[in-house]
Design a protein around this ligand. Structure first.
Ligand code: FAD
Length: 381
């Protein structure tokens, strides 16, 4: 049986591998419009010898032993716990905010008193959302929360999503907690890892199979048309007889029939400086900067013993279909309704299967994307 997989990100690649491992007669053609495999996880060694992540820093983190075992089939991994700082009023402080943040912005006496108040009001809790802190009955805690909210959460989130502070959805503000300890690490998951030789090598192994053929620099939608009367896909004018697993955006596949789905896009500006280090942490967020959100310094990730330092500056931008990349789906009741119209239409198309962060119109971490793909395989293939 022959299959087409559109998109060589983690979703399409896991499915392609499953199909060829399952049956030696299965053949898979992967079509990828970018010049490389790996989707948003793609990394490479730049001209200065530093491994950088082209689409923003990717730390693999999961609590799932099954996913951990799965990724270990295709690469060696090393432990790596991501950590980050924020610059507030020209001062570097840990992000997620923790007890060090209190020390950074309060006198010794006030800092000790605030920490005691927190321990009293949130006994045995390791962290809490900014929303819960803002609602605290204790005025010292509320004052601290308001400081963090005004100097970071509000500014960062409205810049990241391009919306006024008042319109920010509470769920977005809940994503980065405030920690009640000196723990500086970003994620709490059991497994926090990076591929020893890069995601590039991991993907090469994942897709290394005689029955997988990869075509890059090819937009599949240039060759396919959908006949909405018969619900058939036409490949180069003829009814397609193969199964198609599509991991791109549904609005693009379905001719933007109901309008375009809203996303936030990003622009990465790359720099190299012949200095030892640019900043005190691998990732530093700048809530008070006018137009960029963060700087990522890849030399501070493991195994980068080179001269100089490469870093990217991240600018959130408006998404314009067909001219830049859709990164983060903007989830509102209207956009979900719009997506459901596309989903219902896509379900009617013969031989079409769709999933992944774009086709599902959902933000997935890498482990969630793998879980979704494996579950999908066990259900359909
Ligand atoms: P993608 O990786 O986007 O792959 C889809 C592919 O389909 C793309 O390569 C695209 O070019 C291709 N495609 C689309 N349409 C067509 C077409 N018509 N023809 C041909 N090809 C097509 N997750 C974590 O777990 N940890 C992190 O630290 C982390 N950091 C992130 C940082 C950023 C800035 C972003 C944006 C995401 C981050 N993620 C992180 C999430 C991670 O990137 C996703 O979970 C993962 O990439 C999802 O894989 P996917 O295959 O579903 O989608």
């Amino acid at each position: 049986m022959d299959y087409f997989v559109v998109g060589a990100g983690i979703t399409g690649s896991v499915i392609a591998r499953h199909l060829v491992d399952k049956d030696k007669n299965n053949k898979v053609f992967i079509i990828e419009k970018r010049s490389h495999i790996g989707g948003n996880m793609f990394d490479y060694v730049d001209q200065h010898g530093i491994r950088v992540h082209k689409y923003g820093p990717h730390t693999f983190h999961t609590n799932s032993f099954k996913v951990f075992c799965y990724v270990n089939l295709f690469s060696e991994w090393i432990h790596y716990k991501s950590w980050c700082m924020a610059v507030i009023n020209n001062k570097f402080t840990p992000c997620p905010f923790n007890y060090q943040t209190i020390d950074d912005f309060y006198s010794f006496k006030d800092s000790e008193s605030l920490k005691k108040n927190i321990e009293l009001m949130f006994p045995k809790k390791k962290k809490e959302t900014i929303i819960d802190l803002l609602k605290s009955e204790n005025y010292k805690i509320r004052e601290y929360a308001l400081f963090l909210f005004n100097q970071d959460y509000k500014l960062y989130t409205s810049k990241q999503w391009g919306i006024d502070a008042e319109k920010i959805d509470i769920s977005v503000l809940k994503r980065v907690p405030v920690k009640f300890s000196y723990d500086k690490y970003y994620f709490d998951d059991r497994f926090q890892i990076l591929p020893k030789n890069g995601y590039e090598y991991f993907f090469k192994n994942l897709l290394e199979h005689k029955n997988i053929k990869i075509i890059t620099n090819e937009n599949f939608l240039n060759n396919i048309k959908i006949n909405f009367d018969s619900n058939d896909m036409l490949l180069d004018g003829r009814k397609m007889k193969y199964k198609l697993i599509y991991t791109g955006p549904l609005d693009e596949l379905l001719d933007y029939r109901f309008g375009s789905l809203p996303y936030r896009s990003l622009e990465f500006k790359w720099n190299y400086e012949n200095i030892h280090l640019k900043q005190p942490a691998p990732i530093v967020v700048y809530p008070q900067a006018k137009d960029f959100t963060r700087i990522v310094e890849y030399k501070q990730m493991p195994n980068q013993n080179v001269q100089g330092t490469s870093y990217s500056i991240e600018y959130p931008t408006q998404y314009v279909p067909k001219s830049n990349e859709p990164y983060y789906p903007i989830l509102t009741s209207e956009s979900l309704k719009l997506y459901h119209n596309y989903k219902n239409l896509a379900k009617k198309i013969n031989n079409l299967y769709f999933l992944g962060r774009l086709a599902d119109f959902k933000y997935y971490n890498m482990d969630q994307a793998i879980k979704r793909a494996l579950l999908f395989c066990s259900k359909y293939f």
